[in-house]
Design a binder for this molecule. Structure first.
Ligand code: MG
Length: 178
C-alpha cells in the first residue's frame, strides 16, 4: 500500500541527513547571520536558526535536500551508473544540476534569496567552503549548493520579517508574510 509521508517526518529525516553529512542547522544559520546582520543590527544567531528551521519545513525544500544528499551518498558509495557517477564524484564544474536543483528551491523566497544564493555560490562562506574544497573524504557535489540555498532562503525570510516587525512597530499590520 502506498504510504503518505508527513512533512514533519521528512523534516526530521533531512535534519538527520544533514548531521550525518557534517552540517548542523547552526552552521547554516551562521551564514545567514553573516548575510543579514549588516542590514538588521538587532539580528541574533537564534533568529537565524529559527529561520533556517522554518525554511526546512517547506516541502519543496525538503525534497530538494533529500534528492541532492542521496545522489552525493550514492556517488560516494560508487552506486550510480557511469558517466553520472564520475560527473558527481569529480564535482565536474560544468555539471550544473547541483546548482539548478538548489537554485530552483530558493525561487519561492523572492529576489533576496536569488541574489544571496548567487553571492554564496561565488564566495562560498563558512561550511560551504569546507564542503566545496573537499576537505576530508566524501562527495558533497550537491550539498554545498543546497546549504547555500537554505542560507539564502533563510536570509530573504529574515529581511522580509524584519520589515514586517518595523511596520508593526509603526502601527501598521503585517501584510506581506514570507
Ligand atoms: Mg556543487
Amino acid at each position: 500500500m502506498k504510504r503518505t509521508v508527513h512533512s514533519a517526518e521528512v523534516f526530521d529525516a533531512v535534519r538527520e541527513k544533514l548531521l550525518q553529512r557534517g552540517v548542523t542547522i547552526e552552521d547554516i544559520a551562521k551564514i545567514t547571520y553573516e548575510m543579514q546582520a549588516k542590514y538588521n543590527p538587532e539580528l541574533t544567531l537564534a533568529d537565524c536558526v529559527e529561520s533556517v528551521e522554518a525554511v526546512l519545513r517547506k516541502r519543496e525544500i525538503q525534497h530538494a535536500m533529500l534528492v541532492g544528499i542521496e545522489l552525493d551518498v550514492l556517488a560516494e558509495k560508487g552506486l550510480l551508473s557511469e558517466p553520472l557517477l564520475s560527473l558527481v564524484q569529480t564535482d565536474e564544474p560544468l555539471f550544473g544540476c547541483d546548482e539548478t536543483l538548489a537554485f530552483g528551491s530558493v525561487l519561492g523566497y523572492g529576489s533576496i534569496a536569488v541574489t544571496t544564493f548567487g553571492h554564496l555560490d561565488k564566495e562560498k562562506i563558512g561550511i560551504i567552503r569546507k564542503l566545496d574544497t573537499k576537505i576530508g573524504a566524501g562527495v558533497h557535489t550537491f550539498l554545498d549548493d543546497l546549504v547555500a540555498s537554505l542560507a539564502a532562503a533563510a536570509s530573504s525570510r529574515i529581511a522580509h520579517r524584519f520589515r514586517d516587525l518595523e511596520e508593526e512597530r509603526n502601527g501598521h499590520p503585517q501584510e506581506d508574510v514570507v
